[in-house]
Design a protein around this ligand. Structure first.
Ligand code: ADP
Ligand code: GN1
Ligand code: MG
Length: 370
């Protein structure tokens, strides 16, 4: 999977899909940690047609066929709802471009798995919150997304990554990586390992409540990072939620929490100056308000009460995932420098610690807004 791609392999993949016009340029695109993403520009009688071509990461998503079935069905469902509400189904959700043989994806002779979406033009995505209004829009959009999928037949969804947000199982994976220490990196991450181990009791909180049926299982996005929303360049409104690989049954708190983790952090996910990392309480408040609005009364009182816990656990979980990946040799998240995953783990734990300090204020904000 990690083998690099030749231009010929990329051209071969492009040729498998029903695209309008002739391909003119192919460029790497975006900042995702998982898939290989390219912007393909075609020319059709002088008019530009743009597409997103992705090589799916099939060491992470082990069943690309099931994954693409989920995405094709979920996007068709969303499109229908958007049309009924008088929206623009071509811009407000993704759609799957079929291969010439009518499939949702293409497998090449090297067992690379490819897919194509229309490029949603005149949009941008944020790596960091630039103003409160954008973050509020994100929150409404992610809340809405969950509400729109509340009638989706959850039992038809494949689990694309088993136990994706099962924090206790993420903890066990991390614990094993730390004790095996196959690369001898544990010494360089001792403080982070201790920080993570000291919080084992937290890991069970949400899954225990789910098992006791005290929290509802919903269809959730599960990867509600800020850069998984496209904003319209003209209106600067949150337009389209992308990266649908992990749309699966999950908890509303996962979606809430992952957005706080990425959007309400005062620094970047891989910032090396930890003094820049912390929870912006005002952004936490903004997002909470927008998310509650987007969910439109569908969250239970317990879900609402646990919103701060969702934020803390998603941040902690991401931290132990980065740390485990650092310890086993950076096999999961793309890295762009040595110790990149350790740097990422450090920011997540710094953010967790700051949330712990601001716990009462977070709870007070949630109570006031609910
Ligand atoms: P990853 O799983 O690696 O994060 P994404 O599906 O999120 O991959 O895509 C990576 C980036 O590519 C996004 O953050 C966004 O900038 C851009 N992108 C993806 N799909 C589209 C699309 N259909 N239209 C415009 N930009 C897109
Ligand atoms: C990955 O695909 P991307 O870059 O949006 C990861 C998320 C992590 C995130 C951390 C399928 O998200 O779970 O929270 O990196 N996606 C997958 O930045 O593992
Ligand atoms: Mg993404």
């Amino acid at each position: 999977m990690s083998q690099s791609l030749t231009p010929a392999a990329i051209d071969n993949a492009i040729a498998a899909f029903c695209l309008k016009g002739s391909p003119r340029s192919v460029r790497p695109h975006g900042n995702g940690h998982i898939n290989d993403t390219y912007l393909v520009t075609c020319d059709e009688a002088g008019e530009k047609k743009k597409y997103i071509l992705q090589r799916m990461n099939h060491s992470i998503f082990q069943n690309p066929q099931a994954l693409m079935e989920n995405i094709a069905n979920v996007t068709a469902f969303l499109q229908k709802g958007i049309s009924e509400r008088g929206g623009d189904p071509d811009r407000e959700t993704l759609s799957v471009i079929k291969t010439k043989s009518g499939e949702n994806y293409f497998e090449d002779s090297l067992h690379n798995f490819w897919r194509v979406f229309p490029f949603i033009d005149n949009t941008f995505c944020l790596e960091k919150v630039e103003n409160t209004r954008d973050f509020y829009d994100c929150a409404v959009a992610f809340g809405n997304f969950q509400r729109q999928l509340s009638d989706y037949p959850a039992e038809t969804l494949h689990e694309t990554i088993p136990l994706f947000h099962h924090t206790p199982s993420r903890f066990r994976t991390f614990q094993k990586a730390a004790s095996d220490d196959v690369l001898g990196r544990a010494d360089s991450a001792r403080a982070e390992i201790d920080f993570a181990l000291a919080r084992e009791a937290d890991t069970h909180v949400l899954t225990d409540l789910l098992e006791k049926d005290e929290l509802p299982l919903r269809v959730t996005h599960n990867d509600t990072k800020l850069n998984n929303i496209l904003f319209d360049k003209d209106t600067r409104k949150a337009l389209c939620i992308i990266d649908l690989d992990t749309v699966m049954p999950g908890l509303s708190l996962y979606d809430f929490g992952d957005s706080i983790r990425t959007g309400a952090n005062t620094g970047a996910e891989d910032e090396t100056d930890l003094s820049k990392i912390g929870l912006d309480l005002s952004l936490f408040e903004t997002f909470t308000e927008g998310f509650l609005k987007g969910c439109a009364g569908s969250l239970t009182p317990l879900e609402i009460k646990l919103l701060p816990m969702g934020a803390k656990l998603m941040t902690y979980e991401c931290g132990i995932r980065f740390l485990a990946d650092y310890l086993v040799g950076d096999v999961y998240f793309k890295i762009h420098r040595e110790s990149h995953n350790l740097d990422r783990a450090r920011t997540q734990f710094k953010l967790v610690a700051d949330m712990e300090r601001k716990w009462e204020e977070m709870a007070e904000i949630v109570t006031r807004l609910s």
